[in-house]
Write a protein that binds this ligand. Sequence first.
Ligand SMILES: Nc1ncnc2c1ncn2[C@@H]1O[C@H](COP(=O)(O)OP(=O)(O)OP(=O)(O)O)[C@@H](O)[C@H]1O
Length: 258
Amino acid sequence: MTHDAKQSLTQNFSELTNSVNKAETTYSFKTQRLKKIYLSGETQVQALRGVDIEIPSGELVVMLGPSGSGKSTFLNIIGGLDQASSGHVYFKGKDLATLTSRELTYYRRENIGFVFQAYNLVPSLTALENVALVTEISPNPMDPLEALSIVGLKERACHFPSQMSGGEQQRVAIARALAKQPEVMLCDEPTGALDSETGIVVLKALMAVNEKYATTCIIITHNASIAQLAHRVIHFADGEVSKVVVNQQRKQPDDIDW
Ligand SMILES: Nc1ncnc2c1ncn2[C@@H]1O[C@H](COP(=O)(O)OP(=O)(O)OP(=O)(O)O)[C@@H](O)[C@H]1O
């Protein structure tokens, strides 16, 4: 695609999201009757059974629920990695279902930072180069070194992934997601592979991102203690939201029992 075509698409999407009803813009996401059915041979799996939820901008949200309750499916759909079978996802008021696949690519690239349990760093690139990979294709990136500094790794910028611990590699992955200055960070089990001490450092990095940039952070975890850090806790059960709890008091990562 030519540079002009890219610019035009980017502009179109910005116009789409900027032209939304102002009342909607305090929410990063709203979903309505969101359903997802996976077909596996002759079997149908109802992963989401009609999820209605609002996720306010700037919040740190934790999603809890048993294995298979639909958390990752939900995250993948709101992140534009997968499509719902029916229902709606509104990002700042704009229905994702109306976007072409190309617009969806721009939506993901410009608005969403992904962090997964696997760090997915390029082994032959330094920490700084891994972060710079993303900033090179982002319209509004921050300096990669600044992103590394927010996660406490400025001094490790020239190190390769093999020279870093799991927690450090995950912090590089967070810096990489953060460096494009996304509206939202979607984190699927970001501490799943880490011991408690390292996990706490990673959670501190995510909280720093949420506080410093008001980035909406949505974190899936199996560790119920992590819910104490959140503004809002969304419980999933059997493809539905079973409960939403707004924490009146939040804890700091150092104060939770892992
Ligand atoms: N690509 C797929 N094809 C078929 N079924 C799928 C697919 N992805 C997920 N599922 C099924 O959908 C349901 C919800 O899965 P999902 O991964 O969203 O749950 P989860 O709450 O994230 O689980 P976990 O905590 O184990 O990651 C499960 O029954 C799962 O087996």
